[in-house]
Design a protein around this ligand. Sequence first.
Ligand code: 2DT
Ligand code: MG
Length: 211
Amino acid sequence: EGNNKASRGALVVLEGLDRSGKSSQCSRLVPFLEGQGISAELWRFPDRTTNVGQMISAYLTNTSQLDDHTIHLLFSANRWEKRSLMESKLKTGTTLIVDRYSYSGVAFSSAKGLDFEWCKVPEIGLPAPDVVVYLDISPEKAAERGGYGGERYEKLEFQKKVADWYKVLHDVSWKDVDACQPIEDVEKQLQEIVLDCVTECRKGSPFPPCG
Ligand code: 2DT
Ligand code: MG
């Protein structure tokens, strides 16, 4: 393409309750994009492979206890430690499909009762997504899917609170996809949204996106 040297990758974030299908959809999207000749990588937060990520993982599996503010900041630190790599991937044209991001950070901690405005502050300055896709499912329907693991937040009553905070965070730029549709329909809609987004970024939307 003519403007190839200027084209950057898109930062695509998938959000939603546990069992909304984010992880399976993310892992279907990446090979789809590659098949279209688009360089793409699957990322997820928390990234449990780092030192900070291992502290988070221990907390989530109830192996460790941490103050609510402390774990909130660790989730954020886990994004900050990936920031420079994230930015260089985007700059060099790789699209990132990210399974959870700052919105999970704010929604889950707010659901525990932390101050919503306080929760947003450590996220300021992280790369802003080009698109946020919300896989929309009610907490009850998600719970019916079963397969909640034994992790800390995987309880219906808590997921209801998370859903309420996602509603507060939701803005007009978010793309909602009905996560109760057959998996192939969800997949098709996601593909369209993401292809549009990648195309927009290739047209030379400014980088870094500011948020
Ligand atoms: P997974 O089930 O997707 O591994 O997530 N969470 C996630 C937070 O509380 N704050 C965050 O910043 C992020 C990214 C959501 C594990 C759990 O961690 C929660 C579910
Ligand atoms: Mg989970």
